[in-house]
Design a protein around this ligand. Structure first.
Ligand code: SF4
Ligand code: SF4
Length: 324
């Protein structure tokens, strides 16, 4: 789609009048868990994205990016769909998470609210019964539009296909299978297909493997969008040029070679463990990819497994984990 030389992204019909941009803006990298661009710069990037047809944002309670989003929304009149998520397990904690999001984003209704379940077992819906039931009450009352689950786990995606209360599934999927838990890429593909057959809406997480697949962006996007039911991709972006390239790829338009080259390594990021590390192992249980281990009293990261999600960093008591 084009307008006066600007590439606009296609919108996908998600039913009930929802027209969702094929590119979802993932805001995790701009927040304090990763690059920490600050709310003002974050709002600037999001506003630029809105102007280019993006109307879908993916965030989370833990990303601490509600201010970035609100700053952009205050300068924009168009419809913007926001998906947020919380790792809450109890009804009370989920209630707090929903109210926090409504207040911070100044929204009566939150379009999509996920159970944030990166690394969980298939009994997540039982383990989090209180939180899940509260979201269902919110949907009945019009406080939440659709309920989702975001996960890195193939068995959980498979389980979500059978779960009537789930409308949207946000699985980790990429062409090398980097970061998939509980199975391989093929198992995740089949689970995604089961969700599509069950009528769930899907959008894809970590299509570039946290930056590891940036060298083959075109193939990475083609692969994910070839999966049944997968018509929207979420990508974290830290600069206008990254948006330009991703829109160009999705809309098959010409991309300035200089911008292409300049974004080949991404704006981010590499995980570093500083010498401050005491080897306490606290971070290990917070890594959804099993990429951390401690040897001789020092934490080490397996770069072939790390998807650069940044989830480990806030749990280090020594502030020894840095994403730079
Ligand atoms: S090491 Fe940290 S950044 Fe890398 S996958 Fe694990 S939690 Fe994410
Ligand atoms: S939590 Fe921090 S101090 Fe503990 S092992 Fe991990 S990096 Fe080292």
């Amino acid at each position: 789609m084009y307008l006066e030389g600007v590439i606009l992204v296609e919108w996908i019909d998600w039913g009930d009048g929802w027209q969702i941009s094929k590119l979802c803006y993932g805001v995790l990298p701009m927040g304090p868990l990763q690059k920490d661009l600050g709310p003002e710069r974050g709002a600037e990037l999001l506003l630029d994205a809105f102007q280019r047809g993006i109307n879908f944002i993916d965030t989370a309670q833990s990303y601490r990016t509600y201010d970035h989003i609100r700053g952009a929304l205050e300068q924009w009149n168009g419809r913007v769909y926001i998906a947020t998520k919380s790792g809450a397990t109890t009804r009370e904690d989920m209630k707090r998470a929903v109210e926090e999001a409504r207040e911070a984003l100044d929204r009566e209704c939150l379009d999509i609210f996920h159970l944030h379940a990166a690394r969980v077992d298939v009994d997540v819906f039982d383990q989090r019964r209180g939180a899940y039931e509260y979201l269902q009450e919110c949907r009945e009352e019009g406080v939440v539009g659709r309920i989702g689950i975001s996960t890195h786990s193939a068995p959980v995606v498979r389980r979500a296909a059978e779960e009537e209360g789930i409308d949207v599934v946000y699985p980790l999927i990429n062409m090398t299978g980097l970061g998939i838990l509980g199975g391989d890429r093929r198992e995740m593909e089949l689970a995604i297909e089961a969700c599509a057959d069950a009528g769930k809406r899907l959008y894809a997480m970590k299509v570039f493997g946290g930056g590891n697949l940036l060298g083959d962006r075109s193939a990475a996007l083609d692969y994910v969008l070839s999966l049944k039911g997968m018509d929207v991709v979420s990508i974290g972006m830290l600069h206008e040029n990254e948006l330009t390239v991703n829109l160009g790829l999705l809309e098959n338009s010409e991309i300035d070679p200089e911008i292409w080259e300049g974004t080949a390594g991404g704006e981010s990021k590499r995980l570093h463990i500083l010498r401050l590390c005491t080897g306490c192992e606290t971070c290990i249980e917070h890594c959804p990819s099993g990429a951390l281990s401690v040897h001789d009293g020092q934490c080490e990261v397996d770069r072939d497994r790390c998807i650069l999600c940044g989830y480990c960093a806030p749990h280090c008591p020594e502030f020894a984990i840095r994403m730079v």
